[in-house]
Design a protein around this ligand. Structure first.
Ligand SMILES: [Zn+2]
Length: 413
């Protein structure tokens, strides 16, 4: 049957609403303006007939599309985030649709130095003939993650207007503050009541992410001996210098984000602070294999010891705290989550690509909070910057995949 997708029209409206989050704010959500989009989404869901759609006190949107199946089917949650990155302005976004993209570099009209080139963005070469949406040169676009929002909204519209499509209960969740790492802090997993989840926050057509880094934070603190510098001979030990030696001893050719890729892990200093008496270096430690975190941490501690050994009288402490864990550790117990996506993509006529994210996602945290959750593509590319773009056809394909996916879950239940 013929269905006119609403995903692009919705997307073009949602990106005009500024929803930038703010890491320096202590409020929940971090910026009040995120609710401007969330309220609109609630109104649109209610207009579709989804009666329980609501915005909670923390800025989360919850909604339920009731099951129309006679069978018990696992409850599926689809989740996206309303906020955009603090790295680039999201105010007064002027989306531009480049119809039937011709394969040339795209010059953004409001800042001619902003050129989206096929050299830097080779994926664009696969998009010739499609309709590409960009911003105008002064802001990001916000496809991360308003593409995901528009896709889920179009799915809801499709299911409501096509009652013949059989599906179980579907939960919709729109979160604030994902970009500042607080996206799932106030999710009420019990109230949500879903068995499995999918975030819609991925990139290329066909990509499916069921693996993220495992992550620890480490603080290495060096202690010196502080003496009045006029009378310090043979007594003073400067903790700042110990920290400097330590940083210099870090390997130059491996062990760092700038020298590793694919499946390699790393340690990465992110903050230094110090005085003569005490200096601290904060690290993030990352690897796909949680066991390797311990190896990286022992190697880092050996380097700290070596630095301290060069400064008699100095000492150190080494504190590790867990940040998040690879979602795969949870998802391996729920093979259907991936298998059903493989089948749905096949029915949608696209090639399935399993990806590993060299970072964390809301899905990795949700998975450990009790909602096993992988990620499906939206088409959002070059996010967090002015050269962000998305293909309308990729967004439509993502909707199509979800339509098949809810049916696959129903059929296989
Ligand atoms: Zn995102």
């Amino acid at each position: 049957m013929f269905y006119r997708h609403t995903v692009a029209d919705r997307f073009l409206e949602y990106v005009k609403i500024d929803t930038q989050s703010d890491p320096h704010s202590a409020t929940i959500p971090s910026t009040e303006k995120q609710k401007n989009l969330s309220r609109r989404l609630v109104d649109e869901l209610r207009d579709m007939g989804i009666a329980d759609a609501h915005l909670d006190e923390w800025g989360y949107v919850y909604a339920t599309i009731p099951s129309n199946s006679e069978k018990p089917v696992p409850v599926i949650c689809f989740c996206s985030h309303v906020d955009t990155s603090p790295d680039c302005s999201g105010k007064d976004v002027k989306p531009i649709v480049h119809r039937k993209y011709d394969g040339n570099d795209i010059v953004l009209p409001d800042d001619l130095s902003q050129v989206i080139t096929t050299k830097e963005h080779p994926y664009l070469r696969e998009k010739i003939g499609e309709d590409i949406i960009t911003a105008s040169g002064k802001t990001l676009l916000g496809a991360d993650d308003k593409a995901g929002i528009a896709i889920i909204m179009d799915l809801a519209n499709y299911l409501i207007t096509n009652a013949a499509i059989k599906h179980g209960t579907i939960k919709i969740l729109f979160t604030p503050d994902e970009e500042i790492g607080r996206g799932v802090n106030k999710v009420d997993i019990k109230k949500l009541g879903a068995d499995v989840g999918y975030t819609l926050d991925g990139a290329k057509r066909g990509s499916y992410t069921d693996e993220t880094f495992s992550a620890d934070g480490v603080v290495v603190t060096f202690f010196g001996v502080s003496i009045h510098p006029g009378y310090a001979k043979d007594k003073l030990v400067n903790a700042i210098k110990v920290a400097g030696t330590f940083l210099d001893l870090l390997p130059k050719n491996d062990f760092s984000p700038e020298t590793t890729g694919l499946r390699e892990g790393f340690v990465h200093p992110v903050h230094v602070e110090g005085m003569t008496e005490k200096a601290a270096v904060e690290f993030i430690v990352r690897d796909f294999d949680t066991k390797n975190l311990l190896k990286h941490e022992s190697r880092l501690e050996e380097i700290a010891k070596l630095a301290v050994s060069r400064y008699p009288g100095a000492s150190y402490t080494f504190d590790v705290h867990e940040q998040y864990r690879n979602m795969k550790e949870v998802l391996v117990k729920y093979p259907q989550i991936g298998e059903n996506v493989v089948e749905a993509m096949q029915r949608a006529g696209i090639t399935f690509h399993r990806e590993s994210a060299r970072g964390g996602t809301d899905g990795s945290r949700l998975s450990f909070m009790g909602l096993p959750c992988a990620d499906i593509f939206t088409g959002e590319m070059a996010y967090h910057g002015k050269q962000e773009y998305v293909s309308i056809q990729d967004m439509q394909k993502s909707v199509e995949v979800l339509i098949h996916l809810v049916q696959v879950w129903e059929e296989r239940s």
